[in-house]
Design a protein around this ligand. Structure first.
Ligand code: SF4
Ligand code: SF4
Length: 437
């Protein structure tokens, strides 16, 4: 694509990079075929190609963002299906990140938008605040009928009926392995450990059983993805910096073989820390942390799992952040098959479930449509359980199906000697397994 930035504009490293990304696009439109928002809305401006044109025009003209551009960029899920499809390797992720920061800096959103976004950015990344907010939302359901905004109603709908108590496993500590083959840090997440404590517990049990010492580092917090995708660069960088320092203290202390992440949305961001901090004094440490970061299934595929014979029919939902963001596609399915699960996939494995961080709260109509489609294609495969590698997808899908929805690692832990996942208790199958009854 031809671009028309002036030499002065190209002095700005951000614009220089945007220019390089834009010039790689040959406007072939192949990405539109796998873009969920284009499929739902059928509007070119809600496709990757349309958004690329909007961004190009806005940046080239040096214009502040306006309501129209913001609307179409806000509708992007950042699912990155377009980057998997694009034959020209267009780095849409960094382009939309740059555009979102530009929107945040130059556009004054309507008051309700500003309020909701500020609340989400200041609540979800902080487990204590998030827990309180979810409790309050349960009470708020009684007033749902009089809520003036669909986004407020969506927030109330997404609040789970019950929350688990905080898990002691999520506190900073070291979990020794009987025979230590490796040492890893576990990123315990922010929202995940409020919504579902089983995932980190299963991850720790499984890794230590396999001879991997697990440390939960002190000083770790939200990965920064939520604010990063809102264009709130300062907040995102502050979160990322705290994590880089926490992980590097372990690297320089007793050493780390990997940083394990079991929330794929966070994994995509941590793997991008090196890029986020390029040219800054923290660049080398950020790059080191990114290099060590592994999705839990990616790491398990590297160290190997014993075989087992589980037998349940599992519909595997590939989180976008895992399959498109991190390009981890086969490992979760291969691991599930290795321990004997029958793995089936929906007819639309590349398509987003509509969760996408805070998307289901901020764009409830498109999100609901995507959720309904995804649940239908998952259920059409007749599974006994649905597995995914991202808490956002689990919550999203779980609100629309009666099937149990678990994290992949919970099934792998169970198959290798851990307890049956609590969400599966009503299934008495798999009688070969001691925990199955
Ligand atoms: S597929 Fe790639 S090159 Fe083609 S229009 Fe989409 S982003 Fe541009
Ligand atoms: S990230 Fe997803 S929603 Fe956004 S343009 Fe690409 S395919 Fe469409």
């Amino acid at each position: 694509m031809q671009t028309f930035f002036t030499p002065d504009q190209l002095e700005d490293p951000g614009l220089q990079r945007a220019n390089e990304i834009l010039r790689a696009c040959v406007h072939c439109g192949m990405c539109t075929a796998t873009c969920p928002t284009y499929q739902v809305r059928g509007d070119e401006l809600d496709s990757p190609r349309g958004r690329i044109y909007l961004i190009k025009d806005m940046l080239e003209q040096g214009r502040p963002a306006d309501a129209r551009v913001t609307r179409h960029l806000d509708r992007c899920l950042s699912c990155l299906a377009c980057t998997t499809t694009c034959p020209s390797g267009v780095d849409y992720m960094h382009l939309i990140d740059h555009a979102r920061a530009h929107v945040e800096q130059t556009y004054r959103r309507p008051p309700m938008d500003r309020l909701l976004r500020a609340v989400l950015a200041r609540v979800i990344p902080y487990p204590g605040r998030f827990r309180l907010a979810l409790r309050a939302a349960r009470l708020g359901r009684f007033f749902k009928g009089v809520m003036p905004d669909a986004r407020l109603r969506a927030m109330l709908d997404m609040a789970p009926a019950r929350l688990p108590a905080p898990s002691p496993d999520d506190r900073p500590q070291v979990f020794a392995a009987p025979t230590r083959k490796a040492r890893v840090a576990l990123m315990t997440g922010c929202a995940q450990k409020v919504l579902d404590t089983d995932i980190n517990e299963a991850t720790i049990r499984l890794l230590t059983r396999l001879g991997v010492e697990v440390v939960v580092p002190r000083g770790m917090g939200c990965c920064g993805a939520l604010t990063h995708h809102m264009g709130r660069t300062g907040e995102a960088h502050a979160s990322a910096e705290a994590n880089i320092r926490a992980f590097m203290a372990e690297v320089l202390g007793r050493g780390l073989d990997a940083i394990i992440i079991n929330t794929s949305g966070c994994g995509t961001t941590v793997k991008d820390y090196g890029d986020m901090f390029r040219g800054s004094p923290l660049a080398a440490d950020a790059a080191k942390v990114s290099k060590l970061a592994r999705d839990v299934t990616e790491y398990l595929a590297e160290i190997g799992l014993p075989e087992a014979d589980m037998g349940l029919r599992v519909a595997y939902h590939a989180a976008c952040s895992l399959q498109h963001g991190q390009k981890v596609k086969d490992a979760p399915k291969a691991l599930l098959r290795r321990v004997g699960f029958e793995v089936v996939e929906p007819a639309d494995p590349h398509l987003c479930c509509g969760s996408a961080g805070t998307y289901n709260l901020m764009q409830p109509e498109i999100s609901a449509e995507l959720k309904a489609r995804k649940v239908a294609t998952l259920e059409a495969k007749g599974p006994e359980v649905i597995a995914a590698g991202n808490i956002g997808c689990m919550v999203q899908i779980g609100t629309a199906t009666a099937l149990p929805v678990v994290h992949t690692v919970e099934l792998l832990d169970w198959a290798t000697g851990g307890p049956k996942p609590a969400k599966l208790q009503r299934y008495a199958k798999n009688l070969n397994h001691p925990s199955a009854a």
